[in-house]
Ligand binder design. Sequence first.
Ligand SMILES: Cc1ncc(COP(=O)(O)O)c(C=O)c1O
Length: 451
Amino acid sequence: MEKTFESVPEGALTGSLRDYRAPEGADLVGRVGAFYEWQNLRREHGLWPYARSTETAPQARCEARTDSGQTFAGINFASQDYLSLSSHPAVKQAAIDAIAEYGVHSAGSAALLGNTANSLKLEQGLSEFLGGREIVLYPTGWAAGYGSIQGFVRTNDHVVMDILAHSCLQEGAKAATQNIHYHGHINLDALARKLERIRNNDAQNGIMVVTESLFSMHSDTPDLGAMRALCDRFNATLLVDCAHDLGSIGDDGLGHLGLQNMLDGADIIIGSFSKTFASNGGFIAVRDRATAEYLKYYSATHTFSNALSPVQAASVLTALNIVRSEEGRQLRRKLMDNILYLRAEMTKAGLETLGDPSPIVPVRLGLEGVGRFASRHLSALGGIANLVEYPAVPQGGARFRFQVMASHSFEDIDQVVEILARSMRDADLEYRVSHEGQAAEPRRAGRTGAA
Ligand SMILES: Cc1ncc(COP(=O)(O)O)c(C=O)c1O
């Protein structure tokens, strides 16, 4: 039977968060209302797929609720719990034991009395995992990213970073200096040109080169060895954020730092516990004690924020021990089998996956309007994945970000691919209906577009 779709106002299919980023007027609070109007227009048509909550544990199948209160259930590809450790019995037991021993919170900042026996053990475990580096813990991965730049870079220094570097890195750079130089995404020639220009004009001050070992919207990776060589040539410091691949990728779990033999090559490594390590929290790993001690008192998000709770530290430590064990290796193999199977099945179904195999599988949607419809259809049909749209990705490059877990089964994957293919067919059709009278092409502009 032919499907019928209601026409949706253009305003719900276009526009982006960027439109409301710099409102004008003297009333700081009053001037933000336009965003809510646009958001509500999308919400009225079921096209606001953000700020959803889970009603059950965020495992391979889960129940969830939209921010308008509608509940739905489905196969969940929107959790970043890549090795499925957040519901591992040993991790849960470690959290329970920590509560029994310490209660649920820590005493304050780690610069005062906030550390616990658990956080000290976690520092030790991470140090062993990362080849003997000194570890500084942070309350979130975001705080670690921000603090890693704000802690080291001063007004006259330079930050050279990938245009797609995570918000925590961009904000840390903005807090530290006005000398921020963005280069094209994983473009080594562009990086070299920037470095040469800076050094030709300024031999005195520091340069921090900032990148990620796995970019979380594109699932791609820079050549870290080549970046190291450029840093050596231009006397720069290399910082690598390994939030998404540490623990989840590579036989030893060291992510692309391990795969590219670059564990020693990065001057500063930062990471997050919130993906593979089953808790909020993050860390910075540096080469020596002097550097770590400096960060503890000069990176604001460590010094002036409450330390990880003993429950978080115990959960992460237990997750880390699993990551480093044979069980962790097996989980990574299962995860990679799932990733490869998902990508292959999507391709067979005529869908376009982006980037390289990693727990993040971006699927091209194209125009924002098509993406918004596809997202609504996907959850209505029992699939859960996050919609990513401009400005998080280039305009016309909307995508689903599927996040794969070790606990997914091939059956979960078969079902979600079928649902996804149907959602995208329906989205194309619905988008066309909403544009009746307008040119039907191009509905998947992103195929040839900016991403
Ligand atoms: C590359 C990168 N760095 C840092 C973070 C922040 O980590 P957290 O969510 O643990 O604060 C994220 C989270 O999405 C990330 O993708």
